[in-house]
Design a binder for this molecule. Structure first.
Ligand code: ATP
Ligand code: MG
Length: 364
C-alpha cells in the first residue's frame, strides 16, 4: 500500500502568521497538506503551485509582492473577489446596507462632509475608522463634539464615520458555507475588547441562545450573497435583543479560537473541510470554553499547570499590544474554571485583572 499520494492537492495560505499555523495544525489529522506562505519573503523563486491546488488567505488584505501576486492570481484562489470588498469598510458597509443587514449607522468621510454634519446625523460622539488597514482598534479616531475634534485632513476619502453604539456587549458568530451552499454555525461567542483588542471570549453561553437564529440569518444572507466558501466571522454589538453587525472577517477569527477545545471540528478544520469539499456534519460543541488572549505578555509555563487548559503559543516576539498566544480553558466545571481564573489573576499583569474578573462573573 502506498502511504503518500504525491498528487494530493495542497492548500496554500496567503500569510504565515498564527492563523495559517493553526490551519496547518488542523489539517494534519486529515493529511491535508497546508502551506502557509510568508508573502514578504524576498525570493525570486516561484511557488510550485499545481493547477488543482487550493489557495486561501489568513488575512483580508496584503501588500503586493511576487508571492502574493502568484497566490492571488491562481484560478483556485477561493473567495478572491470577496477579500477586497470586505477589507474596505466603505464597500463592506455598503454591502450590509444593500442586504438590509443591521449595522451601525455610517457615512463616507468625503471631501465636503463637516464635523457639524456628522454630529447632527450621529450624535455627540462619532467614530472615524480608516477604510482599510485597521485592526485591533488601530486606524480609529473619535470625533467629540464637546472637544471640537476635527476630521484629520488626510482621512478624507480614506475613512468612514460611524455612530457610537451604546451597546450592552459584543458577540460574534463564526460560520461556514460549503460549495454546495450549506451553511454551518457555531454558537455565538461573548467577546470582551480592551483597548480595541479582543482579550477574552466565552462560548457557548445559555443566555445568548435566543440571539442565535437572528445571528445565523444575518451571516447566512451575507455568505450566500457573496457565494462565499469557508469560514467567515461576524462581529456584532448586542443592543437589547437586537444585533448590529460591527464588522465581517472573511477568514478564521480570533473569537473562534475556543472551538479548538470546545468542538469536535475546530474553525480551522471547518474552513479546510469546506475548501477541500469534505463532508461537514452538524457542529456539536462538547464543552463551554473560556478563551484568554495573551497580549504583550511573556510566556509563563505556570499556565500549563491549570487543569483543563490548552495553550497556543505563537512564538512571536513579545511586544506591548501584540497577540502572542491564547489559552483555551475548559469551563464545564464551575469550581475548576473559577479557580483557574483566580490562579491566572495571580500570574498575569495588571491589565488582566478586570478581564479575568469579568470572565469569572460571566461563568459564576
Ligand atoms: P479587529 O481587530 O477586530 O479587526 P478593528 O480594529 O478592525 O478590530 P473594529 O472591530 O471595528 O475594528 O473596532 C474595534 C472595537 O472598537 C470594537 O470591538 C468595539 O469595542 C469598538 N467599536 C467599534 N465600532 C464602534 C462603534 N460604532 N461604537 C462603539 N464602539 C465601537
Ligand atoms: Mg473588530
Amino acid at each position: 500500500m502506498s502511504s503518500v499520494n504525491m498528487s494530493t492537492p495542497k492548500i496554500w495560505v496567503l500569510g504565515d502568521g498564527q492563523l495559517g499555523a493553526m490551519m496547518r495544525h488542523a489539517g494534519m489529522p486529515l493529511a491535508l497538506d497546508v502551506r502557509p506562505v510568508d508573502i514578504m519573503s524576498p525570493t525570486d523563486e516561484k511557488l510550485p503551485l499545481a493547477a488543482d491546488d487550493i489557495i486561501t488567505a489568513e488575512r483580508e488584505q496584503w501588500p503586493e509582492s511576487s508571492l502574493s501576486r502568484q497566490l492571488s492570481e491562481h484560478p483556485n484562489f477561493i473567495n478572491g473577489p470577496v477579500f477586497g470588498r470586505l477589507a474596505d469598510r466603505f464597500t463592506q458597509k455598503s454591502l450590509l446596507d444593500e442586504l438590509a443587514v443591521a449595522t451601525a449607522p455610517w457615512a463616507l468621510v468625503d471631501t465636503d462632509i463637516t464635523e457639524a454634519t456628522l454630529h447632527s446625523r450621529f450624535g455627540e460622539r462619532v467614530l472615524l475608522k480608516r477604510r482599510t488597514g485597521g485592526y485591533d482598534g488601530k486606524g480609529q479616531h473619535w470625533l467629540k463634539q464637546t472637544e471640537n475634534t476635527a476630521i484629520p485632513a488626510d482621512w478624507r476619502h480614506e475613512a468612514i464615520a460611524e455612530q457610537a453604539i451604546n451597546f450592552d456587549e459584543e458577540v460574534s458568530l463564526v460560520g461556514c458555507r460549503s460549495a454546495d451552499g450549506q451553511c454551518h454555525f457555531y454558537p455565538l461567542a461573548l467577546n470582551l475588547h480592551q483597548d480595541g483588542i479582543l482579550i477574552a471570549s466565552i462560548s457557548p453561553l445559555n443566555r445568548l441562545e435566543h440571539l442565535q437564529s437572528q445571528a445565523q440569518e444575518m451571516l447566512a444572507k451575507i455568505m450566500t450573497a457573496l457565494e462565499y466558501v469557508g469560514v467567515m466571522a461576524m462581529e456584532c454589538f448586542r443592543v437589547g435583543d437586537h444585533l448590529l453587525v460591527n464588522e465581517l472577517a472573511p477568514r478564521v477569527h480570533n473569537s473562534g479560537h475556543w472551538t479548538q477545545a470546545g468542538c469536535h471540528i475546530s474553525q480551522f478544520e471547518l474552513h479546510l473541510r469546506a475548501l477541500a469539499h469534505l463532508p461537514i456534519p452538524e457542529l456539536k460543541p462538547a464543552l463551554p470554553i473560556a478563551m484568554v488572549n495573551l497580549i504583550g505578555v511573556e510566556r509563563d509555563d505556570h499556565w500549563l499547570s491549570l487543569p483543563g487548559a490548552e495553550l497556543y503559543w505563537y512564538n512571536k516576539e513579545v511586544r506591548p499590544g501584540r497577540k502572542v498566544g491564547h489559552l483555551n480553558l475548559d469551563a464545564s466545571d464551575k469550581q475548576q474554571i473559577l479557580s483557574a481564573l483566580s490562579s491566572l489573576q495571580g500570574w498575569m499583569p495588571a491589565q488582566y485583572q478586570a478581564p479575568l474578573s469579568w470572565m469569572a462573573d460571566e461563568l459564576k
